[in-house]
Design a protein around this ligand. Sequence first.
Ligand SMILES: Cc1cc2nc3c(=O)[nH]c(=O)nc-3n(C[C@H](O)[C@H](O)[C@H](O)COP(=O)(O)OP(=O)(O)OC[C@H]3O[C@@H](n4cnc5c(N)ncnc54)[C@H](O)[C@@H]3O)c2cc1C
Length: 543
Amino acid sequence: MNKVAHYLQEHLLGEVTANAEVRRYFAHDGSILQMPPAMVVYPRSEEDVRKTASFCWQLVKRGQAIPITARGSGSNTSGGAIGPGILLIFPAHMNKILSFDAKRRNLTVEPGVTYSNIEQMLFSHGQFLPPYPPSQNYSTIGGAVAKNSLGEKSVKYGVTGHYVRSLRVVLANGEVIETGSLSKRELSQKMGLTNFEGEIYRALDKLLEENHEAIEESRGRFQNVRNTAGYNIFGVKSRDHFDLTPLIVGSQGSLGIICEVSLASVEHSPQTTLCLASIPKLESLHQLLPQIKHLRPSVLDFINRPALQLVSRINPNQLSGASADLDSEAHLFVEFDDIKKGRQKDALKALNKLIAEAEGSLVAYTDANDKDQIFKIRDSVATILNFAKVPAKAVPVAEDIAVPQDKIVEFIQQAYGLYQKIGLPPAAWGHIGDGVLHFQPLLDLSKLGDRQKLFRISDSFYSLAIKLGGSITAGAGDGRVRAPYLKLQYGDKLHGIMQAVKNIFDPYGILNPGVKTATPAQIKALMRSEYGPARHQEYLPRY
Ligand SMILES: Cc1cc2nc3c(=O)[nH]c(=O)nc-3n(C[C@H](O)[C@H](O)[C@H](O)COP(=O)(O)OP(=O)(O)OC[C@H]3O[C@@H](n4cnc5c(N)ncnc54)[C@H](O)[C@@H]3O)c2cc1C
């Protein structure tokens, strides 16, 4: 492999290394899996990415497969940012904001720039990119687009994909394409191309045309649920337009490698009202959540009593002085950000009434320091994730599940039952306004019994989400960890269409293989025997 690294180094501007320590370092992402790459490339330009892909394409045609995995900061919890071949590390050099047109609210960036760097630039123009994930300080826009990430603001503003206008993408053979909405005439021109891009348009159009009925029949099934599982075959072709962008968004580098992203920004409202509503009975959420959503909150997050109990156990000081009834079953974090302050006041008044009817309590603040007190409670989840000084860690399975709004309470109740049977605390949190819930179990992966529990929990939670009409992943991506449940979620027909999409873009299987296709046996073979999420940031690239 050193020979290959040497050859690539001679042809690329960016650094290439097969150093054992670097490979060990990049063997992990934010998931429970591990796999050292054969080598690491730090591309300096699209041309470097293009040459790498073209090289691997030539090689695989001669019988030697070296797969390529694109990587941002590796915070992905689904095992999608690791790979056995070449790891392309984008934050090292391809990390620039290329342009911002304030008038058109159009932003063009390289994939390795962090979400929070983009936000800081936009804030100075009174703008922002709303679906930032909690990891925004270190995670990249390329990772967010490739996974279609969402965050606390998604309940009002939607997911990252909604803001992507177009992408520059390196295809499996090294060709570069630009995605975007095409008219019928433009599609015909693309289909007339004699290169790989033309082949893709022709094969995809045929596939979608032949399966039109099956796709249309299923379209409605996931309309009311946040869902990034599989490939978004629903967003590509409509009566008068054709767009590859929705397919690349959420594809986790398994269809192409994103080298440039054009995004739309929106007006930012810095003055907000933040409320903490504590609800004595879980069942009340059934009625409350749609009523609160009707008030157009910009955040609607949740944490349950067992989660706060766990925080108190791990770090008793964490919640001292918290202005909430910590014994309540559910806590909701509700923010209103309407530019018109009067509307925020009206929404708060209505919320007060709803919470009183549910026999809950409410505190509301507009001052930044007071608001921090409220978010301190929500963000205390980080204590569970990062600071448990016991071998058992909150491992990322049974997380990022999305269920339709009318099934949320049922899902939580059944999840409580499952954890009671297994003997684990049912700590839960999430962007509940989007139906997104995390039930990360505390497990010690060095113990065989806990590893067995992990698979039982995965099976039970993802199957339950699917049974209730939900999705195995709202924003974290199916990656490898959730790949075995894709068929269960979509059924044979749609799953087959998605596999055909993969074959069209990546006929030799060199783009992030295993992502969206891994089997339970493959996952078991890649399992880590320890898990330490606090080390996420150590896995940032070396510059
Ligand atoms: C504590 C914690 C909380 C989180 N909460 C959320 C949450 O609420 N919502 C959410 O959506 N996510 C969440 N995440 C997951 C993750 O942080 C985000 O999804 C983030 O956007 C990923 O960015 P990254 O740079 O780390 O990407 P990576 O992890 O490096 O990559 C993610 C995927 O994208 C692919 N990829 C990366 N760059 C490219 C590229 N240029 N071209 C093609 N493919 C590429 C990778 O192959 C991989 O499959 C959380 C993670 C942590 C650790």
